[in-house]
Structure formats: structure tokens, C-alpha cells
Design a protein around this ligand. Structure first.
Ligand code: TYD
Length: 136
């Protein structure tokens, strides 16, 4: 079972040119899983909280491609907050971790690379069920 210390910030490569920068992410090469799904959050009101769930199997890379937001991770025993504000870093979220996102800056975009297709059966949406799953 993973804990919050297993969820790490990963540096992403940058191809820098005076005309602008580019970052390339390739499943199984500089991302430790095959990417089955990509989605992004945008137009998130500043006072909104997203997330509020865990996943049984899903692995994710979460990137603030624009603007910033705060990601709170919780393994049932410990919590850890990450402030994401650069397209040059990803937060690698392992399976079995509760997450909540807040403090989205105006115009921010949260890009998520996911190891599985969308499947509601992979979600744990009740915090009590999450604690039970974590044997707490
Ligand atoms: P959810 O994962 O709960 O969003 P967040 O964690 O950002 O708050 O998903 C919100 C809604 O979007 C929910 O009705 C399911 C739908 N959804 C999809 O249809 N496909 C997806 O890949 C994702 C992530 C969500």
C-alpha cells in the first residue's frame, strides 16, 4: 500500500528555444506507466475544491501546465500538500491515495496523464470507505 511519501515531484525535460519552450512526455520512457488517458481541468473557480476521492489502481502524473493550484494528498494516516505552479514538474500520484485540489489561480490548467481509461469502479468516493480500504 502506498503512502504520501511515495508520491513525488518529478522534474520534466525542457527543450528551450528563444522562440519558446517545449516539454515532451512519453509513456514508458520518461513516464513510468503507459498513458491510456489524458484530461485537463480548466475554468476552475478560485473557491472550488476538486478531487475528494482515491483510486484503487490508477496512477497519475499531475502538471500545472498554466497557473497554479494546491494538491493535498492523504494516505489515511498522513497528509501532504504540494503547490504546483510550473509545467516543468509533475506530481506522481500512486494508487490508494486520497486527493483534494484547491486554490486554483485564474486561468490555471491542470493536465493529468493517467495509466487507465476512465472507470467509475476504480474510484473510492467516500472518505469512510477509503479509511476502511486502508484498514484504518
Ligand atoms: P472527477 O474525477 O470526480 O473530477 P475531479 O477529481 O477533478 O473533481 O470527475 C468529474 C466528472 O467528470 C465525473 O462525472 C466523471 C467525469 N469524468 C469523465 O467522464 N472522464 C474522465 O476521464 C474523468 C477524470 C472524469
Amino acid at each position: 500500500m502506498n503512502n504520501v511519501e511515495d508520491c513525488i515531484i518529478v522534474d520534466l525535460p525542457q527543450v528551450y528555444r528563444s522562440q519558446g519552450s517545449l516539454t515532451a512526455l512519453e509513456g514508458g520512457i520518461n513516464i513510468p506507466f503507459d498513458i491510456q488517458r489524458v484530461y485537463y481541468l480548466y475554468d476552475v473557480p478560485n473557491n472550488s475544491t476538486r478531487g475528494g476521492h482515491a483510486h484503487y489502481e490508477l496512477q497519475q502524473y499531475v502538471i500545472a501546465t498554466s497557473g497554479s493550484f494546491t494538491m493535498m494528498l492523504d494516505d489515511g494516516r498522513n497528509k501532504k500538500e504540494f503547490f504546483l505552479n510550473t509545467p516543468l514538474k509533475a506530481l506522481y500520484i500512486k494508487p490508494g491515495i486520497w486527493r483534494e485540489m484547491k486554490n486554483f489561480s485564474s486561468g490555471s490548467v491542470c493536465l493529468v496523464l493517467a495509466s487507465l481509461l476512465y472507470d467509475e469502479k476504480d474510484y473510492i468516493r467516500s472518505y469512510q470507505d477509503f479509511l476502511t480500504y486502508r484498514s484504518l
